[in-house]
Write a protein that binds this ligand. Structure first.
Ligand code: PLP
Length: 387
């Protein structure tokens, strides 16, 4: 019997250790891990540089209060700002905390400039921004909010419905918050021209643009941020998942303009930005943000997409669409996703579901071509055995 509450429908499998793209189960089986703890293990398991970083830092200092200067955090914040649109960073411990902080920053900005009624955040219906009380209501998902009372302040529009989006902006709207690539929602990419349109619309209406890059950011898309290619500059960007490579880190990045609201005492976190987490974040950042690393992600992505699309041609009654960007890949099926994922797992390939009957494939960003080949072979086999 388990003493864990039943808020997860867990698969009957547990792991003893991991190495690179592989996980080894307690019953002695070797699995190719193509979900990476949901876009978290960006460098795979037991990366030697991350092991060394944790080992070295753990001997020095784990935690001090944010009442003091934390040089490791200063260093990571500088790297993030120099690499991106951002001027300032606040560190958190998770994605939901980061998106929640993003909402606070947007509201506080308008409060600071004498517009306290501008509080509403406009989000995509059935999006995903985390599981805190506020962020579940940001999702506009009945399934996630049912039974949890009500938190106001969010409005919703349907993905791709530009007309309704424009109509929903009122004088009380503070920001539009969207995932650049919807993860849980089924790997739906907001095209670059749409991101440009969103920026323009926000400028025209004098509201803020928040791009949630918790899942698609940190080189997952083949660019450090998924919005980079569009040349759009958002105002606020929450990140998490991949930046810690498995260590819990969240952060919210912002420009100078909106940072004026973040005066002493307005926001905080006991654990956020502690030296141990920051040491890990610095190492991950140093590895995943180089041009060479990103080019390699792009190369692996191209290879994966090319061959998945070949499988789609071969199995048109099983694979409906292959979508996503970089190594954030969604395979939309015409057959039952759960049975398909189970069969992949029986063949030692780990993936995870997303909405719209999508199988999500999220390998470590340093996945090898020969590992992609193994995954493709298993997907091919499962397709051939599926009616
Ligand atoms: C996972 C995710 C979150 C929430 O992150 P947690 O660390 O689970 O709180 C928020 N936004 C997006 C887009 C995510 O994919």
């Amino acid at each position: 019997m388990s003493y864990l509450a039943k808020n997860y429908n867990r698969k009957k499998i547990s792991f003893k250790h991991g190495k690179g793209s592989y996980l080894f189960s307690t019953d002695g089986k070797k699995y190719l891990d193509m979900l990476s703890g949901i876009a978290v293990n960006s460098l795979g398991h037991a990366h030697p540089k991350l092991i060394k970083t944790i080992r070295d830092q753990s001997k020095k200092l784990w935690h001090v209060s944010n009442a003091f200067q934390i040089p490791e955090g200063e260093k990571l914040a500088k790297k993030l700002c120099q690499k991106t649109f951002a001027d300032y960073v606040i560190f958190q411990n998770s994605g939901a905390e980061a998106t929640e902080a993003a909402i606070k920053i947007a509201r506080k900005y308008f409060y600071s400039i004498g517009k306290p009624n501008k509080t509403k955040i406009l989000c995509i219906k059935n999006s995903f921004h985390g599981r805190t009380l506020a962020t579940i209501f940001a999702s506009g998902s009945k399934k996630m909010t049912e039974g949890f009372g009500h938190v106001g302040g969010f409005q919703h529009f349907v993905f791709g419905d530009h007309k309704s989006l424009k109509k929903k902006i009122t004088k009380n709207t503070a920001a539009i918050m969207v995932e650049t690539i919807m993860g849980e929602g089924g790997i739906k990419v907001i095209p670059d021209w749409c991101l440009k349109g969103l920026r323009k619309l926000c400028d025209k209406k004098k509201i803020l643009l928040i791009l949630d890059e918790v899942q698609c950011g940190i080189s997952r898309s083949g660019d450090f941020f998924a919005f980079e290619k569009s040349k759009v500059k958002p105002d606020i960007v929450p990140i998490a998942k991949g930046i810690g490579g498995g260590f819990p880190i969240g952060a919210v990045l912002m420009n100078k303009k909106v940072a004026i609201g973040m005066t002493p005492g307005t926001h905080g976190s006991t654990f956020g930005g502690n030296p141990l987490a920051m040491a890990v974040g610095n190492t991950v950042m140093d590895i995943v943000s180089t041009k060479k690393f990103l080019n390699n992600v792009k190369k692996s992505s191209k290879y994966f997409f090319f061959h998945l699309n070949k499988l789609k041609k071969r199995y048109p009654n099983i694979i409906k669409e292959v979508r996503g960007r970089g190594l954030l890949i969604g395979v939309q099926l015409s057959v039952d996703q759960n049975k398909f994922i189970k069969k992949l797992m029986d063949n030692r390939l780990l993936t995870i579901r997303a909405a719209e009957n999508v199988v999500r494939i999220l390998p470590p960003l340093n996945v090898k071509i020969k590992e992609i080949d193994i995954a493709l072979k298993i997907i091919d086999k499962v397709c051939s055995e599926t009616k």
